[in-house]
Design a protein. Structure first.
Length: 329
């Protein structure tokens, strides 16, 4: 399998889908010029501006056009430059795209993908750095995927484009130039199936998107410094959530840490914690611990932003808190 970057895996998958199916097209702000992070670079040269459509700066209009096209038999992939600006398209996304299949008694489908980028670390300040996947995961009718590795970026995007109803595909800007092996053509990754990236017996760490890599680094440190073996699970998709994989791990380890970049307060980690507690309460030897950002807007200052974004140190501290509970017990 050739090695490529996360961002190139996205570009290649879009191109492959467009070659295979004339109904697939890309629409969004500056997508014909490659978009803000080059995810759509070169697509207009191959497929023309009729299938790689630049739009005015109007997230509601872009989403509305995509919904109409999807209901008419096309398969649009729309790009919202920053997840922060999904707020401007929520009426279309939440009240139209997510509800059409249900409200039509199954007669309508909305096979569209909304690609967007979230996360801090690029000094984008409070309006260009948020992680808002928890809002989207709250809406029945939307699937929400968050790949952490290049192969999953390709495979989940392929599955999202093939899905008969709307998928929100959330990328993290810090992952774009991370490299990994990606099969060609991309092997579809089933939506709703977690990946166990490291096995362990002492604690389960569930992390998604950029925090997966911090969780793996934390697990290596814990093994070296504390002789603690952590199991690391990447759900890959938040909706649907592979709860069975997480519960099976917790039944073996008895402890759970959930880590994400989003604000801890009201973050999707709370949903995972609640579902695991309901399904595996008798196996938990300590309360579930969450790792997330503090309840404040993302700072612009570089030192403050670095302190704001959770990382491996926070995951290590959370695991050590659980181990302290074990020792006291």
């Amino acid at each position: 399998m050739p090695e490529t970057t996360y961002i190139k895996a996205i570009t290649n998958t879009l191109a492959g889908a467009m070659r295979a199916d004339d109904r697939v097209f890309v629409i969004g702000e500056d997508v014909a010029e490659g978009g803000p992070y080059t995810a759509t670079a070169g697509l207009a040269d191959e497929f023309g501006v009729q299938r790689v459509i630049d739009t005015p700066i109007s997230e509601a209009a872009i989403t509305g056009v995509a919904i109409g096209a999807a209901q008419s038999g096309m398969r649009p992939v729309l790009e919202i430059m920053f997840v922060d600006f999904v707020t401007l398209a929520l009426d279309q996304l939440v009240n139209a795209a997510a509800k059409a299949h249900f409200m039509s008694g199954g007669q309508l489908t909305v096979p569209m993908v909304l690609r967007t980028q979230g996360g801090a670390g690029h000094r984008g300040a409070a309006q260009h750095s948020q992680s808002l996947e928890g809002w989207l995961a709250h809406v029945p009718g939307l699937k929400v995927v968050m790949p952490s590795r290049p192969a999953d970026a390709a495979g989940l995007l392929a599955s999202a484009i093939a899905d008969p109803n709307p998928v929100v595909y959330v990328e993290n800007k810090r992952l774009y130039f991370r490299k990994g092996d990606v099969p060609e053509p991309a092997a579809p990754v089933p939506i709703g199936r977690a990946a166990t990236l490291r096995t362990g017996r002492d604690v389960t760490i569930v992390a998604f998107s950029a925090l997966v890599h911090d969780a793996l680094a934390a697990a290596d440190r814990l093994a070296a410094e504390d002789r603690v073996e952590a199991e690391v699970i990447d759900p890959r998709t938040l909706v649907p959530l592979d709860l069975d994989a997480i519960v099976a791990s917790v039944e073996r380890t008895g402890r759970l840490v959930v880590a994400h970049e989003a604000v801890e307060h009201g973050g999707f980690g709370a949903e995972i914690a609640a579902q695991v507690q309901a399904a595996a309460f008798d196996f938990l030897d300590a309360p579930v611990v969450r790792v997330g950002a503090p309840f404040t807007p993302v700072p612009f200052s570089a030192p403050l932003e670095d302190a704001y974004v959770p990382g491996a140190d926070d995951v290590v501290a959370a695991v050590r808190t659980l181990l302290g509970e074990r020792r006291r017990g």
